[in-house]
Write a protein that binds this ligand. Structure first.
Ligand SMILES: C[S@@+](CC[C@H](N)C(=O)[O-])C[C@H]1O[C@@H](n2cnc3c(N)ncnc32)[C@H](O)[C@@H]1O
Length: 268
């Protein structure tokens, strides 16, 4: 992005972007719930290795497939419906010299451009919640997964019922309305198709961060840690900080009601 384009980044422009596009514009490593811990868990318990062929489903900027590649040399295809996320994922793979092993394309999870039985593993970090027609996407995933292949998931679930106020503020921040019925049982029932069996599960309860700590962390992230935003002028950095805080505050508030469930589902 050139100097002129940076000048066009105003708070209004950033507020007008969808949440996935904003994250991609910031070139953020959008990670699955549990971040590296989760992907390490997948690698260890689902047996991801240099022979694995992964599908990074609704991959955002491709963190999970890049992480698996850097740890195991596995290859991957990644798909997401956001064009800007895919172009950032491609940039990041090229920067590692891994563009031959990590390929990304714009595609809808409900209509995957791959043959039956293609993949050994599907990486599904916090994405089925975001996919509106999620049962259709799961049927597609089961189709492209090889027999004995594994769907590696990590999803937020509600361990306490959140009030409507929390749900509304999350919706206002990210344009996506979580369903208070997304409990642990919901995710079990969702994945429990006849052709899938659960063989590993690990659950963690979450809690919110103090607000001041959250603000300090986000300010440090935008001004010093993020390789893209730290190079911007102060006004543009403030625009990123403002939108990012507006996203993260309601997400942080709902952590007191949530847990993360990491599950591995094997195709029979
Ligand atoms: C929270 S991000 C998940 C990121 C990533 N899987 C991870 O673990 O960090 C959700 C992603 O789902 C994508 N998405 C939503 N609906 C989709 C669909 N129908 N097909 C493909 N991607 C979709 C969004 O563009 C967004 O990048």
């Amino acid at each position: 992005m050139n100097e002129q384009a940076h000048k066009a980044i105003t708070p209004e422009f950033l507020r007008s972007m969808s949440y996935p596009d904003f994250v991609a514009l910031m070139k953020q490593d959008n990670t699955p719930p549990g971040s590296a811990y989760t992907v390490d868990y997948w690698i260890e318990h689902a047996g991801i290795s240099n022979n694995s062929v992964l599908l990074d489903l609704a991959c955002s900027t491709g963190y999970s497939s890049r992480y698996c590649f850097s740890k195991t040399s596995s290859s991957a295809e990644g798909i997401d419906i956001s064009e800007i996320a895919i172009s950032t994922a491609r940039e990041k793979a090229a920067a590692m010299g891994a563009q031959d092993k990590l390929r990304y394309q714009v595609s809808d999870a409900c209509s995957l451009p791959f043959s039956d039985d293609t993949f050994t593993h599907i990486l599904g970090g916090c994405n089925f919640a975001f996919i509106q027609e999620r049962s259709k996407a799961l049927a597609e995933v089961a189709r492209v997964l090889r027999p004995q292949g594994v769907i590696c998931t990590s999803n937020f679930y509600y361990r306490k019922q959140p009030g409507q106020e929390i749900i509304n503020s999350v919706y206002n921040a990210i344009g996506f309305r979580p369903d208070p019925d997304w409990t642990l049982k919901y995710w079990h029932d969702f994945f429990a198709r006849e052709d899938l069996e659960l063989y590993h599960e690990k659950n963690h309860e979450l809690s919110s961060q103090p607000q001041e700590e959250l603000k300090e962390n986000l300010l440090r992230y935008v001004s010093a840690e993020n390789e893209f935003t730290r190079e911007l002028d102060e006004t543009t950095q403030n625009a990123f900080y403002e939108r990012y805080l507006a996203i993260r505050e309601p997400l942080n508030d709902q952590r007191d009601y949530q847990g993360v469930t990491i599950q591995l589902w094997r195709k029979k």
